[in-house]
Design a protein around this ligand. Structure first.
Ligand code: THU
Length: 151
């Protein structure tokens, strides 16, 4: 990983979970298989993989699927970290960062619980760690609608 710090076992396991999720991607059109794994403060991990559609524009990213699953399970916060893994054999090997829409979707569950999750962007030779607030500064979210910290 970049920066030299040792990665925690929980974060290493989270990356493994994201990689495993990527193997279950439904990505017949792009063949670009992505996995995301969300780590919550109770230790739970919720994963998602990208789900494409014959009507290409309707495709869902891995991060969005993971957040939808978590919210569907009743989770309303406590999001500590997110790992995102793309295919090892595609692109330039740079760490994969969530797309703009996924940043906003991640912000929903993060801001609901008042956390600023660490995003582990996995690349070929490095894991870039960046807070969601740096990926999406001055985010609009549930707090603007007085929905933060509510179940
Ligand atoms: N994709 C994700 O699942 N997450 C990202 O962060 C970037 C892109 C998906 C969308 C599409 O299915 C494929 O990767 C190629 O863009």
């Amino acid at each position: 990983m970049g920066g030299g710090a040792e990665m925690s076992e929980a974060h290493a396991n989270l990356i493994d979970a994201a990689r495993d999720a990527a193997s279950r991607a439904y990505a017949p059109y792009s063949d670009y298989r992505v996995g995301a794994a969300l780590l919550f403060d109770d230790g739970a991990v919720v994963t998602g993989s990208n789900v494409e559609n014959a009507s290409y524009g309707l495709s869902l990213c891995a991060e969005t699927v993971a957040v939808a699953r978590a919210l569907g399970e009743g989770r309303r916060g406590g999001l500590d970290a997110v790992a995102v893994v793309g295919p090892a054999d595609k692109g330039d090997g740079a760490p994969i960062t969530p797309c703009g829409r996924c940043r906003q979707v991640l912000n929903e569950i993060a801001q609901l619980g008042g956390t600023d999750p660490l995003i582990l962007c996995v690349g070929q030779d490095e894991v870039r760690e960046v807070r969601l607030s740096r990926l999406l500064p001055h985010a609009f979210g549930p707090a603007h609608l007085n929905q933060a910290h509510l179940d």
